[in-house]
Design a protein. Structure first.
Length: 241
């Protein structure tokens, strides 16, 4: 059996889904043949060039296992970023309850603002931490769909509430407070610091509240270590995700 075929068989043995297995075999075979040709051009014979190409790739079982983890998706995968977001919202709400008690003791607005800045910084760190721990292995398409849907929902709530609150109809304007309150609760992480800065216009305020949570959720998910050191594999994994 050729070295390349043996390598592909070992990688495939770690991958569960047939579709992913076929795609991995096709792509890896292409990259291995390119690498083999590179070694032939350097003066190696066919057999030795094939061995060098395979050695360059690394451990086939580790590669197969990591590819299987990275690309084995379930319905829950699409809700994982939402789950992380809700966890952070709950943590932020708990911190807010503590700060509410402190608010009664703090008279200086600047000092209160410093506390809110510290809380916001902590929340951003949570997005990076949970993003790296729970989301970094998700394929990009899932991150885009999940975080994108969160952003669209936030903007829909924010803009509908803002339009209603600025309606000439008194009843409609009062009803507009509900979606804005819903937006604040669902994005608890940033509304405290933003609402405490009075110079920000209302429309900019609610847009920032809508955008910041999905933005940091996405950035947090990007804090990922390379699965493999080989540049061809990095490129391959990038294309697959």
């Amino acid at each position: 059996m050729r070295e390349i075929d043996s390598f592909l068989e070992k990688v495939s043995s770690q991958i569960k889904t047939k579709r992913t297995k076929r795609y991995v075999q096709l792509e890896l075979s292409h990259h291995l043949e390119q690498s083999k040709q590179k070694w032939i051009e350097r003066g190696f014979n066919d057999l030795d060039a094939e061995k060098k190409a395979v050695e360059e790739m690394g451990d086939p079982y580790k590669i197969g296992s990591n590819l299987n983890k990275t690309h084995a998706t379930t319905a829950f995968s699409y809700f994982k970023p939402w789950f992380v977001h809700i966890i952070i919202v709950i943590i932020s709400a708990l911190m807010f309850n503590v700060l509410q008690v402190m608010d009664q003791l703090i008279v200086n607005h600047i000092f209160r603002l410093i506390i809110y800045v510290a809380q916001t910084a902590l929340v951003i760190c949570l997005y990076f931490y949970f993003g790296r721990k729970l989301l970094s292995d998700l394929p990009k398409r899932i991150i885009y769909i999940s975080v994108g849907s969160l952003l669209v929902l936030n903007l829909a709530i924010a803009l509908s509430g803002y339009v209603m609150m600025n309606s000439s109809n008194h009843i409609t304007a009062e009803n507009g407070q509900f979606p804005i309150m819903l937006l604040m609760v669902f994005n608890h992480s940033f509304h405290m610091i933003l609402t405490s800065i009075s110079v920000i216009p209302d429309i900019i305020n609610i847009l920032l509240i809508s955008i910041l949570s999905p933005l940091f959720l996405y950035i947090g998910s990007k804090n990922k270590k390379d699965l493999f050191n080989h540049t061809l594999i990095k490129s391959f994994c990038h294309n697959m995700s």
